[in-house]
Write a protein that binds this ligand. Structure first.
Ligand code: 6R9
Length: 652
């Protein structure tokens, strides 16, 4: 299977929407034209009308966009609303007994929660948070497995105006501590552990470890008993979920907040060592979350929507917890992994819960595709009507397999380009309108002003490649980096002097105006759809006592998209192969402890120095070449010491 940019660039198959799909789509040609025209003639009015139409406000707004402190944009500035009210309460009259969440556990058991159940669970927890002294504006860390209680926790925070920050359960105690401290969190909501692929994974231990090392701002910890494994409970600080909600009312009056009140922080990797706390608003975020579920996933009342992302990532925020619930949809939540008990699990879940719209990452498709087409054929996938992908470019081979084998050659595939910072889809097909091209995320959504520019900031026309940028602000855009306004401006706006939001990806436009994402322009890796900073991994490596220096690069990988290759200089050179192998193991475990297992280098190579220019810059280009297995006969004359390349050619 080739997964190269070349294979994408030569792709020219086109899949227009079928007449049958078009006829039922919420956004058809006429509606699309109407939205585009409105966005062009009255940009702020376009978003303001939609905000009033789609969301329920306790206080209407008089200002659509406030750009007086650009690039710190504000939307619907004086309006008030509550995200949890919008996701739950407003549906109760008509959908009290409709399923909000269908949960399938790792072991195959299922639970369902109606909108009324969701309301009651969320209210009880909201009351428990208040009883524990959590107030509007306080930060709450959520460190949970992929179970409905994670969504209850998010919704309970939103309900009382507390700002949640989810830390993916695969992150280590160290990473958790950093995020707790940066957010200044008052509370941690966690579980004893979770189930994944038939195994038990511990979570509470990591919270204990994080709070031993730091995180002094944390006053209380709520622990959901999922696995019932033994955990330590610190008196005066820790309480079980059941004890916390015992006797709490199932009624809680949602606290209305300003549209700009932060709904959540989500830490993501950038080009420096320290993850950034991406801050999202309540009103603007929820609007795009709602709209993109309606436009891109074409969700209707009878749909059963399954987004496989963990709530620890932005995709889980917008397409599990907030967007579909804001629309009053039924979602599937799945605790397990795609290959347990076998690689047919995803397809079995789709069949058993009659999933109609399915959204996953290319890395999952590539991994499952390796098991062949017979496995999915054993399941009834006839209910599926739309498929989606996110996280990285999808190679045409995987697209076609997904389309033919999973989608019966009938389901449109929406390849959705967006980021933690954008809050919701930005460039994505409208399935009843857009002609699809495998590997392209196609065109910007109505109201999204995406361009490709060159180094000087000149907008490029069709056929050229350059920096992907967004010109006009949009409602769900990142508001700032928590505690670091200067870094926010520097990271996203400085490059073109505040004229554009700079995405960090390069892209190319084809002659039909379709966008093709080529990859990151910074030192960010995309490993199985997860964003990891090379600097973050380098810092973790050099914090090991035996490591003097480290450089990390990505190399293409068939399934993961990118694999992590680390080049390491040790304080004491190792000569024996066995010693080196032991050190590789030790360093991989070290990185897992410092960041999390997803950041473990796939390979580690040792040398006495890193290849540097005479001015001391690490030649990452060469390291990328070595990692790819290229023959490096190129010009290495600028290297301080050309002999060290030979050392790094050796793999351990
Ligand atoms: C939603 C999410 C964002 C980065 C982004 C880009 C890559 C995401 C993509 C895609 C090509 C797509 N990316 N979707 N590349 N096609 N459909 O993944 O957020 O974790 O912040 O990552 O992922 O490089 O800049 P996040």
């Amino acid at each position: 299977m080739s997964h190269t940019i070349e294979s994408i660039l030569t792709e020219n198959r086109v899949f227009p929407p079928s007449e049958a799909f078009k006829a039922q789509a919420t956004i058809n040609d006429a509606k699309y034209q109407e939205l585009k025209d409105k966005a062009e003639t009255d940009y702020v009015g376009f978003w303001s009308d939609l905000a009033r139409e789609k969301l329920s406000w306790s206080k209407d707004f008089s200002v659509g966009l406030d750009d007086s402190k650009a690039p710190f944009y504000k939307w619907f500035t004086d309006g008030e609303l509550n995200a949890s009210y919008n996701c739950i309460d407003r549906h109760l009259e008509e959908k009290e007994y409709k399923n909000a969440i269908i949960f399938e556990a790792d072991d195959g058991s299922t639970e369902t929660y109606t909108y009324k159940d969701l309301h009651d669970e969320v209210c009880r927890l909201a009351n428990a948070l208040v009883a524990k002294g959590v107030e509007k504006g306080d930060r709450v860390i959520i460190y949970m497995p992929m179970i409905p209680q994670a969504v209850f926790a998010m919704q309970a925070c939103a309900r009382i105006g507390a700002i949640h920050s989810i830390v993916f359960g695969g992150f280590s105690a160290e990473a958790l501590k950093d995020r707790i401290e940066d957010a200044g969190a008052k509370m941690v909501i966690t579980a004893d552990g979770g189930f994944r692929g038939g195994k038990t994974v511990a979570l509470k231990n990591a919270v204990d470890e994080a709070l031993e090392k730091g995180g002094r701002s944390v006053e209380s910890v709520i622990v959901y008993e999922r696995t019932k494994q033994a955990v330590k409970m610190k008196a005066g600080r820790d309480i079980t979920w059941n004890d916390a909600i015992a006797g709490m009312s199932n009624y809680h009056h949602a606290v209305m907040v300003n549209a700009e009140h932060p709904l959540f922080l989500l830490y993501t990797s950038g080009s420096t060592g320290k993850p950034k706390g991406i801050q999202h608003s309540t009103g603007g975020y929820l609007l795009n979350a709602h709209l993109t579920n309606e436009w891109v996933f074409d969700l209707k009342n009878d749909d059963v929507f399954w987004c496989t992302a963990d709530v620890g990532w932005i995709t889980g925020h917008t397409y599990v917890a907030y967007g579909p619930l804001s629309m009053g949809m039924t979602i599937v939540m799945f605790e397990g992994v795609p290959t347990y008990p076998d690689a047919g699990r995803f397809w079995k879940v789709c069949q058993d819960h009659a999933v109609t719209v399915f959204y996953t990452a290319p890395t999952a498709i590539r991994a499952l595709m390796k098991f062949g087409s017979d496995l999915p054929k054993q399941y009834d996938l006839s209910k599926l009507r739309l498929l989606g992908t996110v996280g990285e470019p999808i190679n045409p081979e995987a697209w076609i397999w997904y389309h033919d084998v999973i989608g019966r050659g009938e389901c449109p595939i929406v390849d959705t380009w967006w980021q933690t910072e954008t809050g919701a889809h930005m460039i994505a097909p409208l399935p009843g309108v857009t002609a699809l091209k495998p590997g392209s995320c196609t065109k910007p959504l109505p109201g999204i002003d995406a361009h490709i520019v060159d180094e000087e900031g000149t907008e490029l026309t069709h056929g050229e490649g350059g920096y992907l940028v967004i010109r006009k602000p949009w409602p769900s855009m990142v508001r700032t980096i928590w505690n670091d306004d200067a870094r926010f401006v520097e990271t996203y706006f400085a490059m073109f002097k505040n004229k554009y939001y700079v995405v960090g990806d390069s892209a190319h436009l084809d002659t039909d105006g379709n966008f093709w994402i080529m990859g990151r322009i910074d030192d960010v890796l995309n490993v199985s759809g997860h964003r990891l900073g090379t600097m973050e991994i380098e810092s973790a490596l050099v914090s090991h006592p035996a490591v003097v220096e480290a450089a990390v690069v990505g190399r293409p990988h068939d399934v993961k998209g990118e694999a992590i290759a680390a080049f390491v200089v040790l304080s004491n050179n190792l000569n024996e192969a066995a010693e080196k192998a032991a050190m590789v193991q030790e360093l991989r475990e070290w990185v897992a402890k410092e960041i999390g297992p997803i950041a473990k280098p796939d390979e580690i190579r040792f040398g006495t120095n890193l290849p540097k220019t005479r001015s001391g810059k690490i030649m990452r280009r060469l390291l990328r070449g070595i990692a790819k297995g290229e023959d490096l006969c190129g010009d290495t004359s600028t290297l301080e010491d050309p002999t060290i390349l030979a050392q790094f050619m050796e793999k351990h």
